[in-house]
Design a protein around this ligand. Structure first.
Ligand code: IMP
Length: 182
């Protein structure tokens, strides 16, 4: 796949490759197939969690071979810090009505699990028919909350990762692979 530009131009020396572009796409294809099978005959709505989840959602939906809708929600995460404050605010609410709908919330990464728990509580109150969570990355060692996540791309170690929508102080979201910072 063509990267469009030489990614090394914006990869600092202390970034180490963790998951390549090809590995990400291969895994999203598998998850897309699984979702299409699980929701056959329904028109699920996939909700991307901004900012990080926008690239995952964009690529994932193109591997799902059934009709679907999308929406986005934006919640505050870490600001420019690398630790969760635990206080979550809604910065952009949902536009769609999810009552009696099949809903799949798409996250970039589950770290402490606090964001997923917050969204689980909030979306459940709208009475969806089905509510599932998907995440490209999960850090089991960091999970504080036993959040129920149905679709997981990769379990990774407790390292801060960047690229593919994930930021390093708001930068590097445009990298096609995922790196950890050494
Ligand atoms: P949680 O609420 O602690 O699970 O955090 C989830 C959010 O924190 C994610 O949606 C990301 O925005 C951010 N986050 C957590 N870990 C990382 C990381 O390693 N790199 C970049 N962002 C991260």
């Amino acid at each position: 796949m063509s990267a469009g530009f030489n990614q090394n131009e914006i990869v600092p020396d202390n970034y180490k490759l963790l998951i390549s572009e090809d590995q990400i796409q291969k895994r999203l294809k598998e998850l897309g197939k699984q979702i299409a099978n699980d929701f056959k005959g329904q028109k699920p709505i996939l909700i991307g969690v901004l900012n990080g989840g926008f690239i995952v959602l964009a690529d994932l939906i193109r591997y799902i071979s059934i009709d679907l809708e999308i929406d986005f929600i934006r919640i505050s995460s870490y600001g420019d810090k690398r630790e969760s404050s635990g206080h979550i605010k809604i910065l952009k609410p949902l536009s769609a009505d999810i009552k009696e709908r099949s809903v799949i919330v798409v996250e970039d990464i589950v770290d402490t699990g606090l964001s997923v728990k917050f969204l689980q509580n909030m979306f459940s109150a709208f009475d969806p028919k089905v509510l599932r969570f998907a995440t490209l990355l999960n850090k089991p060692a960091r999970n504080k909350i036993d959040a129920d996540i149905h679709y997981i791309g990769f379990d990774i170690e407790d390292k801060y990762v960047v690229g593919y929508g994930l930021d390093d102080q708001q930068l590097k979201r445009n990298l096609r692979s995922i790196y950890f910072i050494e």
